[in-house]
Design a protein around this ligand. Structure first.
Ligand SMILES: [Zn+2]
Length: 223
């Protein structure tokens, strides 16, 4: 039997207003999380972005970012969320470097993580993300989970938070010592989805065999 305590990490993308409700749930259970933000897309005040199902999605205003994410970790999701693999190398580098710098300046803390916009990655992007000072980068592929990843710039999560087999994957991840899920809070479009999500957080929090962890701390020792 594997009696090692498993570390559970999670991250959420795009800096939307439903992160307010999400962080309230997470705080209730003392759950840690990282939020992948595109600083260049946040206007002074919150702004309408798009429709998801039958709901309006708003991005948080710059004036509320610090408050919403207080106590959580922020990570870089590029400056403006382009398909980085379709950009010339110089422009991709600028998106990556400036996105990180803007977040560090705004939050006054070191930003170590990166999440590829649209999950698009390449050897060149992995190099640029590493050169910009990030210690890990997340994809959105979930079919080949292992920890530690073969390359920290290609960190595949265990699953999306709406995966129907999330708790099975949670059990399987004990083999690796780390369970990692991700998502967008705007995908929870009904109260029943929020309730179901809170039950997952409650279940994990009550598990003596695991603990919430900081994503970036997983890579503190990797040089
Ligand atoms: Zn995104």
């Amino acid at each position: 039997m594997n009696t090692k305590i498993m570390t559970v990490v999670q991250c959420w993308d795009d800096g939307v207003t439903t992160d307010i409700r999400l962080t309230e749930v997470l705080r209730r259970y003392g759950a840690k999380a990282s939020f992948n933000l595109c600083f260049g897309l946040h206007e002074k005040h919150r702004s309408f972005r798009w429709r998801h199902r039958d709901s309006d999605v708003f991005r948080l205003g710059r004036d509320e970012l610090r408050g919403v994410y207080d106590g959580f970790t922020v990570a870089n999701h590029s400056m403006t969320h382009p398909r980085l693999d379709l950009l010339p190398e110089d422009e991709a580098r600028r998106e990556i470097v400036e996105g990180r710098e803007a977040l560090q300046q705004h939050f006054g803390q070191r930003v170590a993580g990166f999440a590829y916009p649209f999950g698009a990655h390449s050897d060149t992007l992995m190099r640029l993300v590493r050169e910009a000072g990030h210690t890990y980068a997340r994809t959105i592929e979930s079919d080949d989970y292992r920890f530690p990843p073969d390359d920290a710039m290609l960190f595949h999560p265990c699953c999306h938070f709406l995966a129907p087999d999330l708790l099975q994957r949670y059990e399987s991840a004990r083999e690796w010592g780390v369970f990692y899920f991700w998502g967008h809070s705007y995908e929870m479009v009904a109260d029943s989805m929020w309730d179901e999500f809170e039950r997952v957080i409650e279940t994990i929090s009550a598990d003596q065999g695991s603990r919430w962890g900081d994503l970036e701390a997983l890579f503190d020792d990797s040089a």
